[in-house]
Design a protein around this ligand. Structure first.
Ligand code: TYM
Length: 339
């Protein structure tokens, strides 16, 4: 039997956050690359779906790759590359646009939320790029090009992976079996880390206000300050209730995840007599969790040639993996082979 294939990615639209780490990246490093044939991608093309600054996207792409290595991705164990270095993604994306429907794309929650934000000009440009609508077809191409079995992601990407499954099945039924039908995997806790200042919305790296967002490269004192100032709820009892006490529940999720999920957030709640004590322990746990990553990042950030080498070799391997399946999809859908 062939090994399980895992694919996942991160979009360089901002600095990576604690949400990215607990929802996805940590599992890639600690589990996925050790147990499967794992492919990880800095999905730079996806960063062009909203108003962007070219120099910033370039900088953030390089930084994301460096942070992923600092988080423990090992180029000897997994394939790490930049999406735009492998043409198969955009080649396949078009075929999937021809498989998906307009209605399916418009139903995507992220499209609805982000297009509303862009239209309102709230940090956006006042207009919506067509690529924001077609984005899930490119994401499906990212996944399907590699014969992926599992996609380790946070909760916010579950709907996109569900659509990917539908597209894979539909393509296979219409044109013959080309694609593996993948499934999303999620972490046991902290699959949706919330903003510390607004615990009813997701901690997102591209949000304008940073007080509620812990970035992976924040200084320890900044991490402490942000967590100590987290918005908590009315009352003073520490209970795990996501509806009634979203701020406290978020801290309990973070603490549980940061301490290796040895205790569920519900159990942890009973150990704290005050919000202050919960915040203090959570802050220290996060500082400790991120310490090795920060240290490795400091060492790696001057090793630009090393990082570039990893990405070059990764793109070569990724191309060789994706090419045959994308070629097969071109033939299956009715396109004449070039020779
Ligand atoms: P992105 O860059 O927004 O996020 C990268 C990963 O981090 C997870 N995540 C979170 N998990 C928990 N709590 C949060 N607050 C939080 N914020 C982000 C995301 O679920 C994701 O797993 N569309 C994707 C990138 C992508 C991709 C792919 C992923 C493109 N092609 C193919 C998997 C497979 C995205 O925007 O992720």
């Amino acid at each position: 039997m062939s090994r399980t294939r895992i694919f996942s990615g991160v979009k360089p639209t901002g600095h990576l956050t604690l949400g990215n780490y607990l929802g996805a990246v940590r599992r890639w490093a600690e589990q996925d690359q050790h147990r499967a044939d794992a492919v990880f991608c800095v999905v730079d093309l996806h960063a062009l779906t909203v108003a962007h600054d070219p120099a910033r996207v370039r900088r953030l792409s390089r930084q994301a790759a460096t942070v992923l290595l600092a988080a423990g991705l090992d180029p000897e164990r997994c394939t790490l590359f930049v999406q735009s270095h492998v043409d198969e993604h955009t080649r396949l994306s078009y075929l999937l646009e021809c498989t998906a429907t307009d209605g399916e794309m418009r139903r995507m929650i992220q499209y609805k939320e982000k297009s509303a934000r862009e239209r309102a000009g709230d940090g956006g440009s006042g207009s919506v790029r067509l690529s924001l609508l077609t984005y899930p077809a490119l994401m499906a191409a990212d996944i399907l090009a590699y014969g992926t079995d599992e996609v380790p992601v946070g909760d916010d990407q579950a709907q996109h992976v569900e659509l990917t499954r539908d597209l894979a099945r539909r393509f296979n039924e219409r044109y013959g079996h080309v694609f593996t039908v993948p499934r999303a995997t999620r972490p046991p806790v902290a699959a949706r880390v919330m903003d510390l200042q607004d615990p009813t919305s997701k901690m997102g790296k591209s949000h304008a206000r940073s007080a509620g967002i812990v970035y992976l490269l924040d200084e320890p004192d900044t991490v402490r300050r942000k967590i100590m100032r987290a918005v908590t709820d009315g009352g003073s009892e520490v209970r795990y209730d996501r509806e009634a006490q979203p701020g406290v529940a978020n801290l309990l999720d973070i603490l549980s995840a940061a301490t290796g999920c040895t205790q569920r957030p519900e159990e942890l709640a009973g150990e704290f007599g005050s919000y202050g004590a919960l915040k203090k322990d959570t802050a220290e746990a996060v500082v400790e969790l991120l310490r090795p990553l920060r240290e490795r990042h400091a060492a790696l950030s001057s090793e630009t040639a090393y990082v570039e080498g990893v990405l070059r070799a990764g793109a070569e391997r990724a191309r060789a993996m994706a090419r045959p399946r994308v070629d097969a999809a071109y033939r299956a859908i009715g396109l004449l082979p070039p020779e």
